[in-house]
Ligand binder design. Sequence first.
Ligand code: ADP
Ligand code: MG
Length: 612
Amino acid sequence: MSTFQIDFGGDQPASKIVGIDLGTTNSLVAVMDLTGPRILSGIVPSVVSVTETGEIIAGAEARQRLVTNPDSTVYSVKRLMGRGLGDVLDELKLFPFRLEPGSDMVLRLRLGERIVTPPEVSAHILRKLKQDAEAALGEPVTQAVITVPAYFNDAQRQATKDAGRIAGLEVLRLVNEPTAAALAYGLDKRNEGVIAVYDFGGGTFDISILRLHDGIFEVLATNGDTHLGGDDIDNLLIQIALEDIQSEWGTDISTDTTAVQLLRRAVIRAKEDLSFVPVSVVDLEYNGKRYQREINVALFDSLIQPIIERTLAPCRACLKDADLAVDAIDEVVMVGGSTRIPLVRAEVEKLFRRRPHTELNPDEVVALGAAVQAGILGGEVEDTLLLDVTPLSLGIETMGGLVSKLIHRNSTIPASATESFTTAVDGQKNVLIHVVQGERELVKDCRSLARFDLKDIPPQPAGMAKIEIRFLIDANGILNVTAHDLRGGKEQSVEVKPSYGLTDDQVEAMILESFNKAEADFKERQVREARVEADSILAATEKARQNVAYRELADDARASIDRAINELLVVYHSDDHHLIRAKLEQLDEATRPLAENIMNTAVRGVLKGTQL
Ligand code: ADP
Ligand code: MG
């Protein structure tokens, strides 16, 4: 009897698409269920650390190491995503990022003994979220929706997508964080209205105003402060505690990093408690001493009032940019852990004259909304059209270093624009196309996104060629630029690579080469550096051996120099930099008497000279 072949393909349910909030301070992953979006893991601190054994860890365990191993631990890496050195000078004043020299377009960070790019660091956070999601779902996770701040530019969005790819996640869509928050609250069901999203997190404050019409979200305006958040409250409390401790213990612990990190944890605990109880205690035990200080809500409120005040000005500016009066706002959504603070809620309510949404956990809202979007893409939720706007104008450089804008800021995306340009010189065969982003008129005041050549256009008199430039921003806010030579009949399209530098090939290569390879690369560099040093010391020694001083050396001193040279040459080609360095030191030691002799000879020479 024959049997039918069983086909396991076809009907297999597709694996779930997850929604990820990749935050500056904390990250989370969620998924869409039949009943609604659901968080899949606990909060994962956005911290990455490399252990003594070279293992890279992310999340709570890594955050723990901020205290014990600050040199091999990074946090707040979101601030560096898709940015060049010039962009992050402000961040460097405030954050202990250890940038590698030579980082210009692509920033490279030192993480312990490793050298990593910001997308690679973020990828470790994403991997951790992916693992947590897989453990919770009991199936592999390969596709995700990731949220980004509404103001993220092209390069920052690309970098976020790269991080996903490095982590083995196909990023189906990037969604603006405020849009995700509105989705989490199901505000898309309203069909129309204006929504203000107030996001007060750990280190950043963002206010966004969205308009919802016909089930479409449009970002009308965004504003905020990239250096304002719960961290500022923590720093204030730490300052007070340090002064107390100074007077109580008679010691200044402000330069003791371990003590300060422990104190930071103590004040955060006290701060977070105060959102729920009227009195809490900052409690620090250190080196056998104990510090305790009670803080009540009244005191706390008076301390943080100025910080909250700093969030209100951007809110007013945002309303102005959106050209809206306060009354035009239909809903206010609270996002970010710091909006748990009752005074924050009260002040926001006062400003918008409307009770804000606080029903969902403010630190989960964005991830939940990302899961809703994932559900839409996965066909689990009825389709909602999502529209965002581009935060900055996009254009190209024209003669005289001027910018010609093709897509203006706040255009809804996806967006496209086409414009024709011509040549400036007779017989010109190549045209350099320089894509820039920004609001200013001069190229030097804008951000350079990409440069490419449109090559081999037929030579013609100046002004005769007609080159059509087409800008296309896709639903993720990512830009493609195409150039066509219309007159020559030839068509050439070029895809723009964002200038922060990771090409597709590079990202692909990073995925393929495991992180162990990075360690090997680092080792290789150390070996090469040791060899370079050996080269120069061997050359210097050789030169010294020509000196009369060498002949004046005792036999055994000469013999030990020769032996040290030979031993260095033996290990020179080994790939153990420790060994090369050991032999270098040995040679250094052996040549010391020679160096002294040379010095003496030189001095003698000088003395002789004066006699003449
Ligand atoms: P981000 O979006 O910046 O990654 P979150 O939205 O997770 O960060 O917010 C983290 C901040 O929220 C931290 O400063 C944390 O101390 C603060 N936070 C969390 N819970 C509370 C609470 N109960 N009261 C006050 N602040 C809180
Ligand atoms: Mg956030």
